[in-house]
Design a protein. Sequence first.
Length: 535
Amino acid sequence: MTLQGNWDRTTLTRRRLLGWAGMGAGGLAVAASGYSPARASARPFFADYPFTLGVASGDPLPDGVVLWTRLAPDPLAPDGNGGLPPETYGVRFEVAEDERFSRVVRRGAVEATPELAHSVHVEVQGLGPGREYFYRFKAGPEISPVGRTKTAPALGAAVDRFAAAFASSQHYITGFYAAYRDMPAQELDLVVHLGDYIYADASGGRDDPDAVRFHSGPRATTLEEYRVRYGDYKTDADLRAAHAAAAFVVTFDDHEVKNGWADESARNTTPEAFLRQRAAAFQAYYEHMPLRRTSIPRGPDMQLYRRISFGDMVEFNVLDTRQYRDRQTDCSGEETANGYCASATDPGRTILGEEQERWLLDGLGSSTARWNVLAQQIIFAQKDNAANPDKQEYVGGGDQWDGYKADRDTVLEFVQARRPSNPMVITGDIHTNNVYDLKADFSDPDSETLGSEFVGTSISSGGDPGNPTTTDGDRTNDPHHLFFNNNRGYVRCTLTPERWQTDFRIVTTVLAPEAPVSTLATFVVEDGQPGAKRA
């Protein structure tokens, strides 16, 4: 479901822009290369502690995981170089079975190059499946904080329990990260970040009377500015602690680049200028996330959708709903049919792109996991947009799947026909907690329930709600909408072969970094029984 002509035009434009990316072919070669003592400073001197941004791990496999850090003695240096000269540094790493590193099982060395802002992405192999490990880095005499991670169980292996969290939308200036402070105590197997890791297009915040802290620079449009913006966010101690406590699986939404962007389109800029900006944003995103080399950007293109499996328990289909979508429509002046404006039901409009959609359906069709998850950014279920609560009006405009009805119908029709085990959707973006039943026909409340969608609120974006609100299943025009809450926090999910449990963890306030966190509501889905129930 893609407009072939538009796709060809986009591809040609991107090819012309490949040379504009901060990382060209030379940068790619450096990123993929091994350690070269001849090139790297063997005894580097740092004016200050170089591991200011902490450590992280991600994308676990049964035999390994990605380990990440970045050397940045001054992560807020305006030139984006983290306080280092444009030289290559040697970085050593160790992986151990215990936190004291008395049983080291892997060690090695890699290069931290200026082309990648002195970040490193170590793809460790040869580890045991379903095992807990600890890791650290060394650069010269300096030693990083210790991180904890877990490998995935062997493919198809029986798993009794799996614990994960998902989070999104962590605007730095609107609140502290008390939600992240809570995560390490949960002993999670995985954290899934669903986007809006930074707010690149936000100002410094110094003219905002409600700001609790400030960005170091202006809106980010260049590579240097994006690097500094990540420095702002990753200097937060609670975010660093969450990364050090569990492996992350990440995907971006819009604010990592520019608010509301879609493919090569963005507000108030030309496609050519925006793709130049997008190339810078993608490179900075890769430099600061625990991603594999398969995600190294090529100019304004980045391979981000991928599949992560954990034995026979759960498979995550991590989606990219930004890079391949058609531009949003606001439905202005359009006639509606069955509650949707015409553009929203156009069968040629896509949010996934033809290739990603085919990849998703192929994966769902062949999965042997008990729980099959779409980890993605924006509300998937039909959502009533009527100002009048007594009038049903699904206009289909805006940023969510309602504006791309044909793609959503394709996914739901496939699920109904092929019956993958326990289809689930986890979502971020909207800064509220929600639970939806996924219906075969949203216009018919009596149609079959095919799965569940859990929408997580923001870590901090939006600040504290002016009127904290929780409602249960009283949406007249959305009978499939089971729960709503507008506090801040994150979502914890505990899976067994028999059931999926979702706990909405909320903070009392984002104005204090040590605010208490508690479970507001719990929903469960029983194996083989689609639909969420309040526990």
